[in-house]
Design a protein around this ligand. Structure first.
Ligand code: DX5
Ligand code: ZN
Length: 214
């Protein structure tokens, strides 16, 4: 299991020090939650852009960009400049297919994400073309929410579908994942777990990441 640490709950005042601590704690990715104030109420565009810039300068750990925005194409173009490991767009955004094309053309791994009420059925036709599927295990918008149990079935469904159809996308789960819930998503077949508050608020980030990876 790989761990992608969400920086959504990082405090602006000590952001650079926290990014450094996350790197030392051996995260596999930095998860960048871009919210435009339209797709979700929250707006993180400024903080995420600054943070992506900073992390790209100080770290070799890949960025895992999660675009919770209406205009996926616009933000995909913006984040391509940071040479991220992944850019993931929501199928519920207005131009997700166009955005996926642009991301792939630039040689960056492209992901598709589904909100808790969106069915796997709705992305089946694009599964052969994506490198990653991000299953939202909470409603997008805020860190520190409780994992919605019903969403775990979609991870299992994507896992079985991948085997049956000989596909090779990564499965990532995002929201409410901590030491108590990580086994659920692992057993369902997720490859990458996004963890925000479980890591950011931990007393010992390194120990927490180590335990999450077990
Ligand atoms: C929610 C974000 C998540 C969130 C995870 O909209 O996409 O990445 O920050 O935070 P936790 O792990 O605290 O649920
Ligand atoms: Zn996220």
């Amino acid at each position: 299991m790989e761990i992608s640490t969400s920086i959504l709950s990082v405090k602006k005042e000590d952001a650079v020090q926290t990014f450094y601590n996350i790197e030392v704690a051996k995260t596999d990715y930095f998860h960048i939650d871009v919210m435009d104030g339209k797709f979700v109420e929250q707006n993180t565009t400024e903080f995420m852009k600054e943070s992506a810039q900073t992390i790209e300068h100080i770290s070799n750990i890949p960025l895992d960009v999660h675009l919770m925005v209406e205009d996926a194409k616009k933000y995909a173009e913006e984040y391509l400049l940071f040479n991220p490991g992944f850019i993931t767009v929501h199928v519920e955004s207005k131009n997700s297919k166009e955005a996926l094309e642009i991301i792939k053309q630039e040689g960056i791994k492209a992901g598709i994400s589904i909100k808790p009420n969106t069915l796997v059925e709705e992305i089946k036709e694009i599964l052969p073309y994506v490198n990653l599927v991000l299953v939202m295990t909470v409603e997008p918008g805020l860190g520190g929410q409780k994992l919605i149990l019903e969403t775990v079935d979609k991870i299992k469904e994507l896992h079985d579908y991948r085997i049956r159809n000989n596909l090779d996308y990564y499965i990532e789960a995002d929201g409410g994942i901590n030491l108590d819930t990580i086994d659920l998503i692992k057993e369902a077949g997720a490859d990458i777990a996004v963890c925000g508050t479980a890591i950011i608020n931990a007393e010992d980030m390194k120990q927490t990441i180590k335990e999450l990876k077990k």
